[in-house]
Ligand binder design. Structure first.
Ligand SMILES: Nc1ncnc2c1ncn2[C@@H]1O[C@H](COP(=O)(O)OP(=O)(O)OP(=O)(O)O)[C@@H](O)[C@H]1O
Ligand SMILES: [Mg+2]
Length: 241
């Protein structure tokens, strides 16, 4: 299946924003897209307004992805939970562990000629080693879907270690890392941020791109930021392996 799997070095790094920017840029360029978020947690905090200002500015992950992809939020994220916990715990608390097969079926969507022409953008949950089920990690889902990775990473202090660990964890499982995307990337990066970018590229032997600060959820703004990323080359590179 043609597509990209967006993971990150941690939760709250920028996977949703990066995924939405990619989807919006693809749609603006005439691509047929599908978005998938295997599991959404923490919806009860959001309902109570616990997310604060940022939650008001950015909708829940599956809602932003759905708007960017022109889908319904329920189709983007079939498994949705209230507690802000790891997916495997949220499912356990709800009384039914998630069966990995059901994730795969939902990710692939309805089979048919249309699906073949679609580009799938999957937003992972947290980082690569987060359990979706007791013995099934986000990394296992990426491998089962056969999708190459983009790694969203912070630009500042601490990111070299987190990013290199994530790259190692990906490659150890045979996953392809297309690029690291530092987000948000300031208009005037500091010496530290510019050095982090260069150091991750060198030590990780990986392409490093940056995503500018996205002002809001408008499709044009998302498409503008996503359009600066070489997503078409990434899709071609991944397919020509
Ligand atoms: N390019 C960007 N422009 C603006 N804000 C950004 C950008 N990248 C990251 N952020 C900030 O990081 C926060 C977290 O981003 P996002 O929700 O995309 O992370 P995530 O990795 O999807 O988190 P989760 O693990 O909860 O799914 C945003 O609310 C925003 O404050
Ligand atoms: Mg997210």
């Amino acid at each position: 299946m043609r597509g990209l799997f967006v993971t990150a070095t941690d939760t709250g790094v920028g996977k949703t924003i990066l995924s939405a920017c990619l989807l919006a840029a693809m749609v603006a360029d005439g691509e047929r897209v599908r978005a998938f978020k295997p599991v959404v947690t923490g919806l009860e905090d959001r309902a109570q307004g616990g997310g604060g200002g940022e939650a008001d500015r950015w909708p829940a992950d599956h809602e932003l992805l759905a708007a960017a992809a022109g889908m319904s939020p329920r189709d983007v994220a079939p498994f949705r939970y209230g507690p802000a916990t790891s997916p495997h715990l949220a499912a356990e608390l709800a009384g039914e562990p998630i069966a990995p097969d059901r994730l795969l079926v939902a990710a692939r969507g309805a089979s048919g000629p249309d699906t073949q022409r679609e580009t799938l953008v999957v937003e992972g949950v947290g980082g690569l080693l987060v359990p979706l089920a007791p013995n099934y990690l986000v990394r296992d889902l990426a491998a089962a879907l056969g999708l190459p990775l983009l790694i969203a990473a912070r630009a500042g202090l601490g990111t070299i270690n987190h990013t290199l660990l994530t790259i190692d964890a990906a490659r150890a499982a045979g996953l392809e890392v297309l690029a690291v995307v530092l987000t948000p990337w300031p208009a005037q990066p500091t010496t530290l941020e510019r050095s982090n970018r260069e150091t991750i590229a060198r030590l990780g032997e990986v392409e490093v791109q940056t995503l500018a600060v996205v002002a809001g959820r408008e499709e044009s703004e998302l498409a503008r930021a996503g359009g600066a990323l070489p997503w078409r080359r990434w899709l071609t590179d991944a397919r020509s392996r």
